[in-house]
Design a protein around this ligand. Structure first.
Ligand code: 6GU
Length: 235
């Protein structure tokens, strides 16, 4: 039994999309996780296959109908092991963090991901299924399909035996609470830009110290929010 993702969407042809490449694609082929989709439109109730309607209270755009989305979610639930968390991708959601990703990856059963389009989904369905509402950041996209792929990418790389090198996991930004130090490779001189000498010194302690200082400096400059949390975690 492996981690099973079911994506509920009006655009199933967008999947696996980016997830069919690189590490996540290899892991998919190797059966370390599985993916299926549910086409929301298949659960429309009328001959025109209507999936949306105007919002109560007025305003722009359309809202995905609760009965239709509910039917699609019931189908999704029946396609996997009981006990999967259900996530609604929406810009109104809680911002996705590495801590949340770790949590989702720890549930062996997998996930059900609902992708909103238009102005979103009737809120009663979200409440009924007690879904987590998750956003990938403070900007607006046309739908939840790309966010669902981003969330799955972040989760799948944490599944057992997906990432070759365990160390690269432990060392990484967000696991440590700060951003990563800059990296360099050959040639040593490129367009008259020289690789920092300490990296060629062979002194592992000096290299580790330099990298730590660089990581802290860049975090202080770019992410005062992470920096404050990092300082707090140290005392
Ligand atoms: Cl999850 N959905 C949409 N439509 N826009 C977003 C988002 C999600 N997260 C950030 N922007």
């Amino acid at each position: 039994m492996s981690f099973h993702a079911t994506v509920v969407t009006l655009f199933p042809e967008m999947f696996p999309g980016g997830l069919s490449h690189s590490l996540t694609g290899k892991a998919l082929i190797d059966g370390k996780w599985t993916l299926d989709t549910v086409q929301v439109r298949d659960y429309a109730q009328d001959k025109h296959h209507t999936v949306d309607d105007t919002p109560y209270g007025g305003g722009a755009g359309m809202v995905m109908k609760p009965d239709v989305v509910h039917g699609a979610l019931e189908a999704a639930v029946s396609q996997g092991t009981p006990g999967r968390r259900m996530i609604y991708l929406t810009p109104r959601g809680k911002p996705l963090s590495q801590a949340m990703v770790r949590n989702y990856a720890a549930n062996d059963n997998g996930l059900i991901l609902l992708c909103g389009r238009y102005e979103g989904v009737d809120h009663r369905v979200i409440e009924h299924w007690q879904m987590d509402e998750v956003s990938i950041g403070d900007y607006v996209l046309t739908g939840g399909e790309l966010p669902a792929q981003i969330l799955l990418d972040a989760v799948v790389r944490l599944l057992p035996d997906v990432l070759g090198n365990k160390e690269s996991l432990e060392d990484e930004s967000f696991e440590l609470g700060i951003l990563e130090y800059p990296q360099y490779t050959k040639p040593q001189n490129w367009k008259n830009k020289i690789v920092p000498g300490v990296l060629l010194s062979g002194d592992h302690q000096k290299i580790a110290n330099w990298r730590q200082e660089e990581a802290e400096r860049i975090t202080r400059e770019r992410r005062p929010d992470l920096w404050q949390a990092f300082l707090k975690s140290r005392d």
